[in-house]
Design a binder for this molecule. Structure first.
Ligand code: SAH
Length: 334
């Protein structure tokens, strides 16, 4: 291990710089395309459709593997939620479910995982990002025709299966959640999907946003993928690797207030349980991508390891141990 984490699986943003914010999304999309092209993930025609003219450079093997694990884990959880209405054991039989993706960027999950049980898929991001995505959807016949009843409103792009809203997540507790809630059925199990977004916001600000969502959704789950700079060490200070990550980012005048405030898998569990409240039925788990890597079926792990020459095994393990999946199922029992 060189001690210098040269690369990260998601970039931070400076609040003052909308371009830097948008860049985090472009980074996620291009990483996905790189992992698809190199054979880690199946081809994603929708990502190509949303890419516009951006060139998709080839990423190093450890980033491709990280992207593969991130995408496979989040996809598996979302698929399970669509089929059962929960991230863990199903508890409320419901014929249909809905998903709200906070900071969705150019994510293609709605298009890839469309399912009859999915009543609605709502995506939120900054208006500059959602208007670009809406334009890309409109420009591409396959995407446009898939949303037959799509119309552009003051809120964004609205159709019966899919809604794309330009909203700053930090404003959700201050009135904008009501706008989102008009597109949701509070009786249905709802997944709040936060993939690479919580780390970019102050903990209290992000928690207030999540609380605003939970307040109108008696049966909801939160699924997060993000950095954990102390890895799986409970309540510890950032590891040396985590510190170097932060230093590298600070040198570029980039901060990650959410990553600094929620540093370990245990911290995610504690945070989500606190958000869910004690009066609710819940199941909550967090684990690092390193754990998912070790739990992959041996044949699949061999396939992924052999796609490209992988010299930096130790750096891969270190990188994977600083990103985690965390989820909670919460249902208010009347
Ligand atoms: N979830 C997507 C994109 C991750 S990049 C994926 O995993 O592929 C982070 C995204 O969060 C960016 O699109 C950025 O614009 C969005 N984002 C960050 N802070 C936000 C905020 N306060 N309000 C709305 N969107 C935000």
């Amino acid at each position: 291990m060189s001690g210098e984490p040269r690369l990260s699986l998601g970039r931070p943003y400076r609040r003052a710089q909308p371009d830097a914010v948008r860049a985090t999304d472009a980074d996620a999309l291009l990483s996905r395309l790189s992992a698809c092209r190199a054979g880690y993930l199946p081809p994603d025609a929708y990502a190509d459709m949303l890419r516009g003219h951006a060139e998709a450079p080839h990423r190093p093997p450890i980033i491709n593997i990280g992207t593969y694990l991130r995408a496979s884990e989040v996809d598996a959880h979302v698929q399970h939620f669509i089929e059962t209405g929960a991230c863990g054991h199903p508890y409320t039989p419901a014929p249909r479910v809905q998903i709200v993706s906070l900071g969705a960027g150019s994510d293609t999950r709605f298009w890839r995982l469309r399912h009859a049980r999915l009543a609605r898929y709502v995506e939120l991001d900054f208006p500059s990002t959602t208007s670009q995505k809406a334009a890309a959807i409109h420009a591409h016949p396959t995407l446009r025709h898939a949303l037959e009843d799509a119309r552009v409103t003051a809120d964004g792009l609205v159709s019966s299966p899919y809604v794309l809203l330009g909203i700053d997540i930090r404003t959700l507790p201050h009135g904008t959640w009501q706008r989102v809630a008009t597109y949701l059925d509070p009786a249905l199990p709802t997944l709040l999907l936060c993939e690479c977004v919580l780390a970019y916001m102050d903990i209290e600000v992000a928690n207030a946003a999540l609380r605003a969502c939970l307040a109108t959704l008696p049966c909801a789950s939160i699924l997060s993928y993000d950095m954990c700079i102390s890895s799986d060490t409970p309540h510890a200070a950032p590891t040396r690797f985590g510190q170097v990550m932060l230093q590298n980012l600070a040198a570029r005048q980039l901060t990650l207030p959410g990553a600094r405030g929620c540093t370990s898998t245990a911290a995610y569990v504690e945070r989500f349980q606190h958000l869910a409240g004690s009066a609710s039925h819940l199941e909550c788990h967090a684990y690092t991508l390193r754990e998912s890597w070790h739990q992959l079926e041996s044949e699949e792990r061999r396939r992924v390891s052999m796609l490209e020459r992988l010299d930096e095994v130790e750096e891969l393990e270190m990188l994977l141990s600083h990103y985690c999946i965390a989820w909670i199922d919460r249902a208010i029992v009347q």
